[in-house]
Design a protein around this ligand. Structure first.
Ligand SMILES: *[C@@H]1O[C@H](CO)[C@@H](O)[C@H](O)[C@H]1NC(C)=O
Length: 383
């Protein structure tokens, strides 16, 4: 277990309307996982609050600088009774939110809510970013039980808690009293009664081999009566089946009628969490190097967007430019290396030809051009 150290620097910021419960910007560069194939656990505590009647916004940035192959990039939000010194994968949490990547198949944003002691995963698939740049992840949970997920301050998913998770049993169920009527005909096709089996249809499946001959030395006393071996009958047509026709009594597929589910009762407080008090990273990374930063928990959607703009929004363009420049430098280095290798290779091949490397490149292209001309000429001849 790799402990990065507890985040202790927390500050609550009070704006006129917005309440920021937690905010952490690592001014010296962010929290970064540093060793491959390790569990990471780090958490920070703030004054407990309830999101009753208010939006809850959880926001942070993730940068997989290392070209991640497998590893979590999500945060967990805990109730106040979490023992931070013993936070682990099974510690019960309220909300888990953020990107998770493993191989090509798992590249998604988790949105998990605890409801009555059980974790419920979102039923929709939300794709996460898998490049090496910093991305802003935002979860908005509203008191009208709707939610929104944003990446880089743009909505990528939204909907209602009740529809997109299975917190509650279904509203409707199949009526257990309802039964398909005995005389319900759901066969689209039936046998054609007018179709009759041809008189000469039935033939034995196997017949004695007409070409078989009793062996010369067959001794009836010793070997018994000789019988020819059986072979498949070429005239055998198999089982006869009548032609199929449309069923005039076909009523279509029977649909089981539904009734209100007696086990269902609405709950308008699914979204509500009391004594929210800890945010933590509790994750496994195969390839380390992920940088987490700009954590915000607030009740104000616009404030979160503002903070996102002031942090991630300000650095994203310079970061992109820097990345492009770095990639360009790398690309050129690769190119140089390849050229050197190619030249060395040519020199080896052309040792007997007395041709310099530069001329050789032209020489390679020329035959192609000549071939093209020849093809054209042939085509013209044919025409
Ligand atoms: C954040 O930045 C975007 C893009 O520049 C802008 O459209 C949006 O209005 C900004 N949000 C706030 C709250 O200022």
């Amino acid at each position: 277990m790799q402990l990065l150290g507890l985040v202790v620097v927390t500050f609550a910021v009070y704006c006129v309307h917005a309440k920021v419960y937690f905010r952490e910007e690592f001014l010296d560069g962010g929290l970064q996982t540093s060793q491959d194939a390790r569990f990471y656990a780090v958490s920070a505590r703030f004054d407990p609050f309830s999101n009753e009647g208010k939006p809850l916004v959880i926001q942070f940035t993730v940068k997989h600088e290392q070209k991640i192959d497998c590893g979590g990039g999500y945060v967990k939000v805990f109730p106040s009774d979490l023992d931070q010194t013993d936070m682990h994968g099974d510690s019960s949490y309220y909300i888990m939110f953020g990107p998770d990547i493993c191989g090509y198949s798992t590249k998604k944003v988790h949105v998990i809510f605890n409801y009555k002691g059980k974790n419920h995963l979102i039923k929709k698939e939300i794709k996460c970013k898998d490049d090496e740049l910093t991305h802003l992840y935002t979860l908005i949970l509203n008191p009208d039980q709707t939610y929104e997920v944003k990446i880089d301050n743009e909505k990528v998913e939204s909907g209602s808690l009740e529809e997109d998770w299975d917190f509650l049993p279904p509203k409707k169920i199949k009526d257990p009293e309802a039964k398909k009527p005995e005389d319900w005909d759901d066969r689209p096709k039936i046998d054609d009664v007018d179709d009759k089996k041809p008189e000469d249809w039935d033939k034995p499946e196997n017949i004695p081999d007409p070409d078989a001959k009793k062996p010369e030395d067959w001794d009836e006393d010793m070997d018994g009566e000789w019988e020819p071996p059986m072979i498949p009958n070429p005239e055998y047509k198999g089982e006869w089946k009548p032609k199929q026709i449309d069923n005039p009594n076909y009523k279509g597929a029977w649909v089981h009628p539904e009734i209100d589910n007696p086990d269902y009762s609405p709950d308008s407080t699914i979204y509500k969490f009391d004594k929210i008090a800890v945010i933590g990273l509790d994750l496994w990374q195969v390839k380390s190097g992920t940088i987490f930063d700009n954590f915000v928990i607030t009740d104000d959607v616009k404030e979160a967007e503002d903070i996102g703009n002031e942090t991630w929004g300000v650095t994203k363009e310079p970061e992109k430019t820097m990345k492009q420049e770095q990639d360009e430098v790398k690309r050129k280095e690769e190119e140089e290396k390849n050229k050197e290798q190619a030249t060395e290779g040519d020199e080896d091949d052309d040792e007997d030809d007395d041709v310099e490397g530069d001329d050789d490149e032209d020489a390679e292209e020329e035959p192609l051009t000549e071939n093209d001309d020849e093809d054209d000429a042939n085509l013209k001849d044919e025409l």
